[in-house]
Design a protein around this ligand. Structure first.
Ligand code: NAP
Length: 258
């Protein structure tokens, strides 16, 4: 069997470094190049470094592009990959609904697979699935997501995805007192279909989320913590293996994990 040829965009980043290690240590995976806009800072040996995706695809075309960069370039990389017949596995968060829809349509037009996963940690996927189960019985829910203070987007992609999954089973409901007023703007968090999402940013954190349900006389809390970025790599590996079999865009790892 031939190796899966992989390019990683963002190899110097905290996620990118783990992905480089995972790809280099996985039998059957081959890191054929990386994309970094500051190539002088990349410390990898024996791996070609390209400053842009266009330059990369001119010299070698991988089977899969793993993108772990920033929303603006992540979107551009994903779109360019699909246009070039390269399957993207995207961990970068912060894509808009319109961008996701456009990429989905592009995959359908090109009949090519792509995976965009706001959270590659299997435990986080289970947290979302359990939250969806609970929301059927507990429609009053608030989400608290906690991340390191270098994160660019808020709320996290995982928090939005959790709210989306809950919305599938929960009747729209405005929570809290009908006359409640914020004396400090933002105190009640973001509003998603009546559910409140609160984003905490602090040094020392990695990626954490609590989903709190309340009902008469009882509460239920579902909680997940990623202690390090290695926690995401089994999901990246599974996504690389899976995307080769797809001819459509899958958004969310929960759609490929039973
Ligand atoms: P990070 O440490 O800031 O890494 C991002 C890297 O991308 C940096 O090295 C940055 O370089 C580089 N970069 C920026 N523009 C680029 C371009 N045009 N070409 C190539 N590289 C470029 O962030 P991180 O913690 O690794 O996270 C990366 C992304 O993954 C974020 O969107 C984050 O929210 C997301 N994330 C996803 C998961 C998941 O499970 N899906 C988990 C954690 C994080 P400079 O800093 O020098 O500009």
């Amino acid at each position: 069997m031939t190796n899966v040829k992989i390019t990683i965009a963002g190899p110097r980043g905290r996620m990118g470094r783990e992905a480089v290690k995972m790809v280099q240590e996985t039998d059957g995976f081959e890191l054929i190049s990386v994309i970094d806009h500051k190539p002088e800072k990349v410390e990898l040996r024996n791996v070609p470094i390209h400053t842009s995706i266009e330059e990369c695809f001119q010299s070698n075309t991988p089977d899969v592009l793993i993108d772990l960069t920033v929303p603006e370039f992540g979107y551009k990389h994903t779109k360019t990959s699909i246009e070039h017949g390269v399957r993207p596995v995207v961990g970068t968060t912060g894509f808009t609904t319109d961008q996701l829809q456009e990429l989905k349509e592009l995959c359908e037009e090109k009949q090519i697979g792509a995976i965009i996963a706001p959270n590659f940690a299997v435990g986080a996927i289970l947290m979302m699935k359990f939250s969806k189960m609970a929301a059927k019985y507990f429609p009053d829910v608030e989400i608290i997501e906690l991340h390191h203070d270098q994160k660019l987007d808020a709320p996290s992609g995982t928090a939005i995805k959790t709210a989306e999954m809950i919305k599938e089973v929960r009747e729209t409901k405005t929570q809290g007192h009908p006359d409640e007023k914020e004396t400090l703007p933002g105190a009640r968090g973001g509003d998603y279909d009546g559910m409140r999402i609160h984003s905490i940013r602090l040094p020392g954190l990695i990626a954490h989320q609590q989903v709190l349900f309340g009902a008469d006389g009882q509460t239920l809390t579902i909680k997940h913590d990623s202690m390090n970025r290695a926690s995401f790599m089994s999901g990246v590996k599974l996504s690389v293996e899976t995307v080769l079999q797809l001819n459509t865009l899958v958004y969310g790892l929960e759609n490929i994990i039973e």
